[in-house]
Design a protein around this ligand. Structure first.
Ligand code: ADP
Length: 256
């Protein structure tokens, strides 16, 4: 009877393996795999800033008699990493919620020009404080149906990147216009540019081009994945191309 039991379990195991490998199960297995990969990447991204903060705190503990001026550097390094962790956790939460279909898009009639100008206002100063200029060409008028919170987040992601990847003295240009019944938003910079081989991948979660991975720009590769999700929720498109003579252009088209 032991033999019969073994054969029985063997047949059941083969049956389960066959069922799992059938095409109807493939999307589920793929999504499990994606979720596992997502958690692993997220943990990996959390580890680096935590290690830096730990090292700085341990260092401070070994210097109980240090003067305040000598503590400024380790504390500000730690604070930078805390800010980095804040952005990272907010973005991870946003993606996790989008996967779970928890975020509802809430389109409301919005007076586009004043709303866009208001959203862009802080960035004029942020750019100036880094010796870069922000030019606004807001030609759109009238109302449009958008989720203004989400579109503002999208703009922030594109502007943050444009400023981050543009060296001092460079220019970031934001333009908005209505093309028939669509809103066309463009963020153009004179920065490092994105190699052709990376253009297709920058919207993937955690993807960073080698160029930015090696530099000290401190990103996490989640911004554009969120930007893409926001645009898709609005049934729009987002594309990337080269700016001439140098830099990058992100163009977003959203039906109003
Ligand atoms: P990150 O937090 O790394 O900036 P994103 O998802 O926002 O993550 O962008 C993914 C990658 O795309 C970046 O790491 C960078 O390599 C590239 N990238 C995005 N925007 C720009 C830009 N304006 N100029 C140059 N490279 C960019």
């Amino acid at each position: 009877s032991l033999l019969i039991t073994l054969v029985f379990f063997w047949i059941v195991a083969i049956g389960i393996a066959y069922f799992l490998s059938r095409s109807s199960m493939k999307p589920i297995l793929k999504s499990w795999k994606r979720q596992r990969q997502f958690s692993a990447n997220a943990a990996h991204e959390l580890r680096t800033p935590l290690t830096v903060i730990q090292n700085q705190m341990e260092y401070l503990l070994t210097q109980p008699k240090a003067r305040v001026v000598d503590q400024v550097e380790p504390i500000s390094t730690s604070l930078d990493e805390v800010r980095h962790l804040q952005t990272l956790t907010n973005r991870l939460l946003m993606l996790a919620r989008s996967d779970a279909d928890i975020i509802q898009i809430n389109r409301q009639s919005t007076d586009l020009k004043p709303w866009l100008e208001h959203a862009l206002k802080p960035y004029v100063e942020i750019a100036a404080s880094q010796r870069k200029s922000l030019v606004q060409l807001i030609k759109v008028t009238g109302h449009g149906n958008v989720d203004s919170d989400l579109i503002r987040q999208l703009l922030i992601i594109l502007l943050d990147n444009a400023i981050k990847y543009t060296p001092e003295g460079g220019t970031v240009t934001v333009s908005a216009e209505r093309v028939r019944d669509k809103l066309k938003l463009e963020v153009r910079d004179t920065g490092t540019g994105i190699p052709d081989a990376d253009k297709g991948r920058v919207f993937e979660r955690f993807y960073r081009s080698d160029k930015s991975r090696n530099s000290k720009t401190g990103g996490n590769g989640l911004g554009l994945a969120i930007a893409k999700w926001i645009v898709t929720q609005h049934h729009g498109t987002i594309t990337v191309k080269d700016n001439h003579p140098k830099g990058t252009v992100f163009a977003v088209i959203i039906p109003l």
